[in-house]
Structure formats: C-alpha cells, structure tokens
Design a protein around this ligand. Structure first.
Ligand SMILES: [Zn+2]
Length: 168
C-alpha cells in the first residue's frame, strides 16, 4: 500500500489515545473528565458531549452523545432529541469548513449485532470524501492509517466549536 507523505501511522506517534482505555464506559469517562480520555472531548452543552471517535474512520469522525448513560434511542428526552439534531447541524458546518467533505454518514448502531462496541448511546458523524481510502486498506496489515494527527484534529475542532458557540 502506498502511504502518502501526509499520512501518519498511529503506532508511531507520540499518541494521546494508545490502546482502548480500560474504563467501564468510555463515554461516561469523557463526560466525567477522566484524564485517560480527556483528549477525546471537543465540546459539550448542558445535555450532550461531542467527542472524537477513539478509532476514527476519517479525521473529524465524531460522536455526539447524551450526558446520561442510556443505551436506546427511545430513552432520549425531547430536549435531547432536539439538541442532538441541533448539534448535528452545527457540526456539519464545522466539518465542512474544516475538511471540505463531499458528504456525511450520520447514524446510530445499537445492540451487539449492529457492530456497536460502546453501549452508551451515541450518534456518529463521519465526513466522507471522494476517492478516500477504503476501510479495508485502512485496516490492512493490522495498522489503521489516519490522515491527520488526532492532536491536530482536536485543536482544530475545539477552536471551531468555541467560535460556533460564541456566534450562536
Ligand atoms: Zn456511559
């Protein structure tokens, strides 16, 4: 596989994430500012947190999840439903100006047969690009290729979020 100049391999970075943190619920840990996962949060509101996905499909692959540890979409309150979609709209704007994607995948996996690896309900938002590297190439050789240092992603998105929230 050809690796472009700007691609980096996570195992070779001085890397914030490392292995999956050994915590009972990674999203509750982010909510509670656990220092093992504090570098994943990009923003929060009164009801929701926005974080980087620990193993992103693409740079800017985010999770939007309620502060409450719930596991089913139907447990969301009306306020949380509204807030989720408000945040999706805000983050589509942010990701569009940060990465210029051609599209998005947005959605939920619920239950073990869906591929969900985190029980705590969360909505994925994944920016998609034309001619992007496929998921099979990404995981070939057991090494996932990330096209941006997650520290860079984090700083960029935190800054954009602060700006967006100040303007709203
Ligand atoms: Zn949780």
């Amino acid at each position: 596989m050809k690796i472009e100049q700007n691609l980096v391999i996570p195992g070779k970075l001085d890397y914030v994430r490392g292995d999956k943190p050994d915590v009972p619920c990674i999203l509750c840990s982010i909510r509670d500012n656990d220092e093992r996962v504090v570098r994943l949060e990009v923003g929060r509101t009164e009801l929701m947190v926005i974080s980087l996905n620990l193993f992103p499909y693409n740079p800017g692959h985010l999770l939007i999840f309620p502060l409450r540890h719930i596991t089913d979409l139907r447990e969301l309150s009306s306020d949380e439903v509204l807030e989720t979609h408000r945040l999706l709209q805000v983050w589509m704007d942010i990701l569009e100006s940060s990465y210029g994607p051609r599209g998005f995948n947005i959605g939920y996996n619920m239950g073990v047969t869906s591929g969900a690896s985190i029980e705590h309900l969360h909505c994925h938002i994944v920016p998609r690009h034309r001619n992007e590297i496929g998921v099979l190439e990404m995981v070939s050789g057991g090494t996932r290729v990330i096209v941006e240092d997650p520290n860079v992603t984090l700083d960029k998105l935190r800054k954009a979020w602060r700006t967006a929230e100040n303007e709203s």
